[in-house]
Design a protein around this ligand. Sequence first.
Ligand code: ATP
Ligand code: MG
Length: 360
Amino acid sequence: MNADPISALPNPSACQWLDELATAVLVTDAQLRLIAVNSAAEVLLGLSRDRVVGGYIGHWLQLDRNLSNQLQAALNDRQSVSLRGRCLHPLRAPEFLADLMISPLQSEHSEDRLLLELTAIDRHQRITREDQLRQQQAITRAVTRGLAHEIKNPLGGLRGAAQLLASELDDPSLREYTGIIIREADRLRSLVDRMLGPSNLPRREPVNVHEVMEHVRGLVSVQLPLGLRITSDYDPSIPQVLVDRDMLVQALLNLVQNAIQALGDHGEIRLMSRILRQYTISGQRHRLVARLRVRDNGPGIPEEIRERIFFPMVTGRASGTGLGLPIAQSLMQLNNGLIECRSRPGRTDFDVLLPLENTP
Ligand SMILES: Nc1ncnc2c1ncn2[C@@H]1O[C@H](COP(=O)(O)OP(=O)(O)OP(=O)(O)O)[C@@H](O)[C@H]1O
Ligand SMILES: [Mg+2]
């Protein structure tokens, strides 16, 4: 009996039984070039096996030197290695935490091969966290709605009374005071309206997301400091997305404005787009999802607010109202989408995720 069933098969990429496994399985040759991947691995890599087979595993998984060396050492020493909780950064899919089992496959008839089994451990955590976040946001929205109602009614009365008073006052210096009351009442009303979030239902239509991203770039370009660049990296194969165009513009604008504010005078904002496969949004698994990313190389989100940035009134800026992100999140949720964020000093990514099903 052959010790290596995979090398015994005429075409390793056709190992259909591998596709039945929930664990991602990748097989490489002795030069760490992929020769077989199963369906679960395609999902984690965000690419089809036709694309990746023949390529260096370190390229598609963006392995750091340490991990590449460990793979090579497993091959050289013919020793299995098990690694727990390693962060992997596939070129075409979101990064994830995984447990790795690395096993060399020896064969008398052909060169050695390497078998990698990856069990993603943070997809589940991400989905659980997203569920909790959604529940907390629903509670916050309900409380905000109740509070807003209580504030808006007396505010209307207050403003009306100030207007009446102003019309009775002859002394212009006194009218200045009623002017302040009216202006402040208006400011408070618009703040409450913003807190309430979008009131209209989305009008979804097929939208070219790159045209929208370029539109947003155009909107902010006029007020951009000289040392600040906006670059782009789009996947032209993304089809039109069914989304309310104005809502998408507003959401992306809020993200780009935050990036500009975080960067100050210098830095780079990168607008990116990719297609993700088999991605879960709000508990629903989608075959294809468009990921629109706003990346900046600024200082990152302050750690003390990182977990709460999608809640209203959470801000790290002296002049911030802390409403830009919750509004953007609500707008995208109304379109069956989601905004996710990852941030560390030097790299902050805000991802708008929109399902691609039912697109024309
Ligand atoms: N790209 C980013 N880099 C660093 N910090 C960020 C970034 N985006 C958001 N933040 C942090 O998240 C906070 C919340 O952002 P959010 O847009 O909700 O409110 P805001 O910008 O403070 O006020 P506004 O209501 O005017 O948008 C910001 O104050 C900032 O501290
Ligand atoms: Mg903002």
